[in-house]
Write a protein that binds this ligand. Structure first.
Ligand SMILES: *[C@@H]1O[C@H](CO)[C@@H](O)[C@H](O)[C@H]1NC(C)=O
Ligand SMILES: *[C@@H]1O[C@H](CO)[C@@H](O)[C@H](O)[C@H]1NC(C)=O
Ligand SMILES: *[C@@H]1O[C@H](CO)[C@@H](O)[C@H](O)[C@H]1NC(C)=O
Ligand SMILES: *[C@@H]1O[C@H](CO)[C@@H](O)[C@H](O)[C@H]1NC(C)=O
Ligand SMILES: *[C@@H]1O[C@H](CO)[C@@H](O)[C@H](O)[C@H]1NC(C)=O
Length: 519
């Protein structure tokens, strides 16, 4: 409980910033100013609640998804980035399209899990800075507690006098040295760092997050659209690994300054941030790896999630409805638009991403948000009237099952593919493929084109030199030649297998074997 007589320095450790970099001092001052106002006006009288530790801890309980049996230590040790340290040195960054990132992690009680997470992400060379914000004033932590193997990453730890909950994610990111932040809680581990980063590189403006399939489905219901009001937003959890731009975070702090949230809501800032960007987040669907998850969520917190999502949406709608010069909220929808986002799930081995244009869920604009609902469940029930996969279906046939190196589990397209529909892969490391085997659960003929691309925009058709499924009717091997279509042995980063006719039943794809890449 907060001792009201005790007036503390409202901005612990912020003075630290001034020694860090002079170029950002002005920015910092603005943030500091907003931050301090929030701090003094709203946070000080907070009654602390220790039970609210993390967004995602409840997922494990709720989910019917079997937790993958993974030897965590071994998995972590075996993971390494295909990105190279040299690509992120200053000279190289001027020439390549790489983006250095600051990771932001919060500590509350799970120090060991936090150490695991920090050490793990420090192996990825695009993480150039790690900021740890300790919300627990009973413990003090220091950089040396993390025993980082990788000395190229700059680690800074801030010890807070008070528990600022979610809000510290944003205040800490606003102090980042780099333009983009990576968020990660200490209760889940993102084993798809390269994949998520690769997709982020394509569209760094958008929020990129990782969700378990069942949560991914849920998030589809939590999208709010109204064309007349320029409303096009969605909710995503950020704690399972997400990339966000610092500019969006700073704008969010400005929004918090302009719309004073009541104190209880401010510490749940996570419920507001993604919705207030007024963009659909770019979510990948994949199984997640739990770390320590001692403190779960109760029903009350769940109700609070619903409350805050509705509150955030109503406030956004109201702000957009007012035509004014002070634009705290973005009106323009950022590209790529929802239907153009074909990247769906990381490959289990983190060497590629599964892509398809077939989206089994309805476009968010199919549910019209008129700002007259009283509960998020009202929104959900409108969505539920539309045609989309059930939880059971999605738990068994979500995207990642096509790329989990297991021929017994399959992605099912749910919709019946038409000519021009496709599925395929984006490679983390470019290559020059010549042969692919598509393994389905059913017999199928070779009514496909093979198309490749290096940038993801222009696709070229390769010459299929042989295709057979004589050995097994559910396995089709294509040998192809893209040399005429791709200039000077330009490397290929995308491949898609495109229907050359209308199909009669959904695709059910279980595995893809591509030269030496076996997913
Ligand atoms: C820690 O925070 C609590 C509640 O905010 C406060 O009552 C307590 O005095 C603080 N302890 C220290 C050591 O700062
Ligand atoms: C640091 O590297 C050593 C040797 O490679 C390894 O045994 C150890 O587990 C690493 N420590 C961490 C925290 O990753
Ligand atoms: C909400 O607004 C929509 C569109 O204006 C309308 O069709 C609907 O009946 C309203 N619902 C309620 C509960 O008022
Ligand atoms: C079918 O393709 C596979 C892989 O290219 C090859 O090993 C096999 O011999 C082919 N079978 C026939 C009957 O052509
Ligand atoms: C495809 O193969 C045909 C026949 O072998 C050949 O004439 C044509 O030039 C090839 N096209 C490409 C794009 O490789």
């Amino acid at each position: 409980m907060l001792d009201k007589d005790q007036i503390r320095n409202p901005a612990p450790n912020f003075n630290r910033l001034f020694s860090r970099r002079s170029s950002t001092i002005r920015l910092t001052l603005v943030t500091l100013f907003i931050g301090t106002i929030i701090w003094i006006m709203i946070l000080k009288p907070l009654a602390e609640s220790d039970t609210l530790t993390s967004d995602t801890a409840k997922i494990k309980k709720e989910s019917t998804q079997p937790t993958w049996q993974i030897d965590l230590k071994k998995t972590i040790d075996e993971r390494f980035s295909v990105y190279k340290k040299e690509q992120f040195e200053e000279v190289a960054l001027k020439k390549n399209r790489m983006i250095p990132v600051t990771a932001v992690l919060l500590n509350w009680k799970r120090m060991e899990a936090l150490q695991t997470a920090v050490n793990y992400i420090s192996k990825y060379p695009f993480i150039k800075e790690i900021l740890v914000w300790n919300n627990n004033n009973k413990t003090r932590i220091y950089s040396k507690d993390f025993k980082l193997n990788n000395s190229d990453v700059e680690l800074n730890v801030f010890n807070s006098e008070e528990n600022l909950h979610d809000l510290s994610k944003y205040t800490t990111c606003s102090m980042a040295k780099y333009d983009y932040c990576y968020f990660q809680d200490d209760d889940w581990l993102n084993l798809y760092m390269d994949s998520l980063y690769t997709n982020f590189l394509e569209n760094p403006n958008l929020i990129h997050s990782n969700s378990m399939p069942v949560i991914y489905l849920e998030s589809r219901r939590w999208m709010f659209a109204n064309v007349d009001k320029n409303l096009h937003t969605g909710f995503t959890w950020l704690g399972c690994g997400s990339f966000v731009s610092r500019a969006k975070v700073q704008r969010f702090l400005g929004q918090l300054g302009s719309i004073s949230l009541i104190k209880d809501r401010l510490k749940l800032a996570d419920r507001y941030f993604t919705l207030w960007t007024n963009q659909y987040p770019y979510q990948l669907s994949n199984p997640l790896t739990p770390l320590d998850q001692k403190d779960g969520w109760g029903v009350d917190q769940w109700n609070m999630v619903y409350n805050n999502i509705l509150d955030a949406t109503q406030k956004l709608y109201t702000a957009l409805a007012v035509k004014s010069n002070s634009e705290f909220f973005a009106r323009e929808e950022e590209k790529p638009y929802y239907n153009d986002r074909i990247i769906r799930a990381p490959c289990l081995n983190d060497k590629c991403l599964f892509l398809t244009n077939i989206d089994p869920f309805p476009h968010p604009s199919r549910v019209y948000y008129a700002n007259n609902i009283t509960h998020v469940r009202d929104q959900e029930s409108k969505f539920n009237k539309l045609d989309f996969p059930s939880k059971f279906f999605w738990n068994n046939y979500a995207y990642h099952y096509a790329v989990d190196s297991d021929e017994k589990t399959c992605w099912n397209s749910f919709k019946i593919p038409k000519i021009g529909d496709y599925f395929g892969l984006q490679f983390i490391e470019p290559r020059f493929p010549k042969k692919i085997t598509v393994i389905s659960s059913r017999d199928f003929d070779a009514s496909f084109y093979i198309r490749v691309s290096s940038g993801g925009n222009r696709w070229r058709t390769c010459n299929i030199t042989s295709s057979n499924n004589t050995d097994h009717k559910n396995r089709n091997t294509f040998e192809f030649d893209c040399s005429n279509t791709v200039k000077n042995k330009q490397l290929i980063r995308f491949i898609r297998i495109e229907a050359s006719r209308d199909f009669l039943e959904p695709f059910e794809i279980c595995s893809l074997i591509l030269d030496e890449l076996n997913v």
